[in-house]
Design a protein around this ligand. Sequence first.
Ligand code: ADP
Ligand code: MG
Length: 156
Amino acid sequence: AMRHLPYFCRGEVVKGFGRGSKELGIPTANFSEQVVESFPSDISTGIYYGWACVGNGDVHKMVLSIGWNPFYKNIKKSVETHIIHTFKEDFYGEILSIVITGYIRPEKNFDSLEALISAIQEDIEEAKRQLDLPEHLKLKEDNFFNLPEGKTVNNH
Ligand code: ADP
Ligand code: MG
């Protein structure tokens, strides 16, 4: 799972398939199918962590899931980023830049919604801890996140 890391990726945030992540308090910004197709085909599904920024905004910690996309009958992957930050508004159509720096665990099925939510909360805590370590922290400052001066993304 670590072979492709760190992995840099930039793309538009699209509508997901409405699994109600936001209702669980854990919204996930979905990348388009085209961006997902650009990922290494042998990258492991599961839960990862790293850094994310929307447009030319601040860089925040994130957890990311690479999973099988039920919308495509589980033959295509989905890549969904939960940014560990409270945003005032949705940002569909904006450009999301991420660097994936570490891997937490494989995909799992849960017996209950409560079990799923508490697993995700643990993933978030694990991500926060790991990202404070120098080898992960250093990628927060990567030039990848510095869009060229004066260049606007989606008018922001
Ligand atoms: P969808 O099925 O359309 O992906 P979600 O319930 O997963 O719906 O919500 C995702 C959307 O919520 C994102 O596309 C983004 O516009 C918004 N959003 C707000 N806060 C966050 C956040 N902290 N992390 C990710 N997305 C967020
Ligand atoms: Mg989503």
